[in-house]
Design a protein around this ligand. Structure first.
Ligand SMILES: [Zn+2]
Length: 378
């Protein structure tokens, strides 16, 4: 893994610090056919995505019991845990590929596979956010799918997680459609309450007089939150993105659709105004992106963790205190490099006996014609 420093800001050495690791879009696929190793590649095949480019993978996956890209993800995650030992891991949604369509049995199978792949010790907390592939886009989402997800991961889709004085605001961004749907109303109400509590905590820390509005507010550490959500905040396109794994030039100027590729302008503005976060981390788009909103709010879109979606997946390693943070981007091996290494190794193993035979034959021929070997001693 290669680590690149993204940003280092106000790292208060006197503060308690802890490390966290982000990845997203793990997309454990639905088990469509037990025993033949249904994989992401097969899902791609079924879903008509990149058919030609992944045909080799589909064929390979049919012949092995462990889907290769799930095995890659598992090894990458377990290696990252062993090397970096984060205290908390956040997965920014799209845990499953077809969670929105899964039958109860397939859902249970997928959850079991996810728990096996992303197993961790009790020293590390795993926090999972909800994405559109888990419960569907807004028009597909319902209480059954949302509660099934929350039950599987023992979570609430919108809540505050506080670690050593650092506030992480987890947002169900699928429900920020703003159309007054029951789930949207519930999430907006929770966000409003969290915003009030947090702003009251900040206000109370700066003044000895308690505002009547804040009298029964829940108290949080008085520090702006770090927002974690699946959809990125509104941006017109990836044109303003920076980063080594930002979208390629031919995709950078494609316009995003509000409420589909990114949050709506209204929902984005409201989140920033209500919480004034010191950092926003999001997923959904497959490319990395670092942008600045309103010239003061940094957002980093974490690219996919799955080789299915890009050749160079990565994750973010963060170190936090209540007043600062440092981030590093950790790149996994490129799939093309891994495949090239496997192919060259197999080719070498196949060629080795042939070279050996040719070398022996050449040596024998040489001895046969060599004057020394033909010379008879007197
Ligand atoms: Zn998504």
């Amino acid at each position: 893994m290669v680590r690149r420093r993204l940003r280092k800001a106000q790292t208060g050495s006197q503060m308690r610090r802890f490390s966290a690791l982000w990845c997203f879009q793990t997309r454990t696929s639905s088990a469509q056919s037990v025993g033949t190793g249904s994989t992401n590649c097969e899902d791609e095949f079924v879903n008509n995505h990149n058919r030609a480019g992944n045909a080799w993978c589909t064929e390979l996956s049919r012949s092995v019991s462990v889907p290769p890209r799930e095995w890659q993800m598992e090894r990458a995650f377990q290696t990252a845990l062993a090397l970096l030992r984060p205290e908390v891991v956040f997965i920014l949604g799209d845990v499953f590929d077809e969670g929105k369509w899964s039958s109860p049995k397939n859902w249970d199978d997928d959850v079991c596979r996810f728990q096996k792949m992303f197993r961790h010790s009790s020293d590390t907390e795993l926090v999972v956010l909800v994405g559109n592939h888990d419960i569907g886009f807004h028009y597909e989402m319902d209480w059954f799918k949302l509660q099934r997800f929350e039950k599987a991961f023992n979570t609430t889709s919108t809540r505050m997680v506080t670690k050593k004085g650092v506030n992480f605001l987890l947002v169900n961004s699928v429900a920020l459609h703003g159309d007054g749907c029951p789930i949207c109303q519930s999430v907006e109400k929770q966000l409003y309450t969290l915003s009030r509590n947090l702003n009251c905590s900040l206000e109370n820390s700066q003044s000895s007089i308690i505002n009547e509005f804040c009298r029964d507010a829940w108290t949080y550490p008085p520090t702006p939150p770090i927002i974690l959500q699946h959809y990125p905040l509104y941006r017109e396109s990836d044109a303003g993105c920076t980063g080594r794994d930002a979208a390629p030039p031919e995709e950078r100027h494609l316009l995003f659709r509000e409420k589909y590729d990114v949050l709506s302008q209204e929902a984005s503005h409201r989140l920033l105004q209500w919480f004034k976060p010191r950092l926003v981390l999001s997923g959904h788009t497959h490319s990395g992106c670092q942008v600045l909103h309103d010239n003061q709010y940094t957002e980093i879109s974490v690219p996919s963790f799955n080789w299915r979606n890009r050749n160079n997946p990565s994750f973010i390693l963060g170190s936090f205190s209540p007043s600062g943070y440092g981030l590093s981007k950790c790149f996994l091996p490129e799939e093309s490099t891994v495949i090239a290494l496997y192919c060259s190794t197999v080719a070498s193993l196949l060629l080795l006996p042939l070279v050996h035979c040719l070398w022996i034959r050449g040596l024998l021929r040489c001895l046969d014609f060599c004057p020394i070997s033909k010379h008879k001693s007197l």
